[in-house]
Design a protein around this ligand. Structure first.
Ligand code: NAP
Length: 183
């Protein structure tokens, strides 16, 4: 598949690496923006508070299948929206999903070491299901559907729980998910 990632940091760059290893062709876009009109699906992985600015700098995203991986840490979604993912849909009017926001990039190079395939949540539009689930599997995860796009705010908030537990040092399981110094 031809893919584009908006945000080429830990999440965007990390997933681009995993997807290229799975045979996809990935265009990587940073804060200077770029054109995604050739892409069949677009991942958005910029700081949560920069989502509007980031989309302003991307051409050709209208109607595309978009996966929003952002989290809102100390910032709110754009005014009038309960989640960044719903804001994304308002800008693209295409199939939209929230995914890759609840697993930590620090472990992308260790997914294969897990005792069983790690789960990765996604919520969003049915029209996005096939692409989102394939891209989850191609990154090494088993996709777990968490409901329609209206659930994106809950999924965005979920990260506070995993970070809280990890920072609290409770249990080896979550420590293995992401040591606190790598969050
Ligand atoms: N790290 C994790 O484990 C993790 C896990 C789940 C979700 N997330 C979420 O995923 C998103 C990305 O996190 P990350 O860890 O990948 O961040 P990161 O490593 O800091 O990378 C951020 C990327 O966003 C771009 N960017 C920054 N400001 C921008 C702006 N104003 N407009 C457009 N692009 C901008 C940067 O562009 P340049 O390359 O040009 O500098 C960079 O490519 C965040 O919302 C984060 O909360 C992170």
């Amino acid at each position: 598949m031809k893919l584009a990632v908006v945000g080429r940091g830990r999440i965007g760059g990390g997933l681009a690496d995993l997807w290229e290893n799975a045979g996809h062709e990935v265009t990587r876009i940073g804060r200077d923006g770029g054109d995604v009109s050739e892409a069949e699906a677009v991942l958005v992985a910029v700081p949560g508070g920069a989502i509007a600015e980031a989309l302003d700098n991307v051409r050709g995203i209208e109607g595309k299948t978009v996966i929003d991986a952002t989290n809102l840490l100390g910032v709110a979604p754009p005014e009038g929206f309960s989640s960044n993912a719903q804001f994304v849909k308002s800008r693209t009017n295409g199939p939209t999903a929230k995914s890759f926001n609840t697993n930590f990039a620090a472990l992308y190079n260790r997914i294969g070491e897990a005792d069983s395939t790690p789960s990765n949540m996604w919520c969003g539009d049915e029209e996005a299901r096939q692409v989102v689930e394939q891209l989850n599997r191609d990154a090494g995860y088993e996709p777990v559907y968490t409901g329609p796009l209206e659930n994106a705010a809950a999924q965005e908030n979920f990260v506070h729980l995993t970070m809280g537990i990890s920072r609290g040092g409770v249990g080896p399981f979550l420590y293995r998910i992401a040591p606190p110094d790598q969050l």
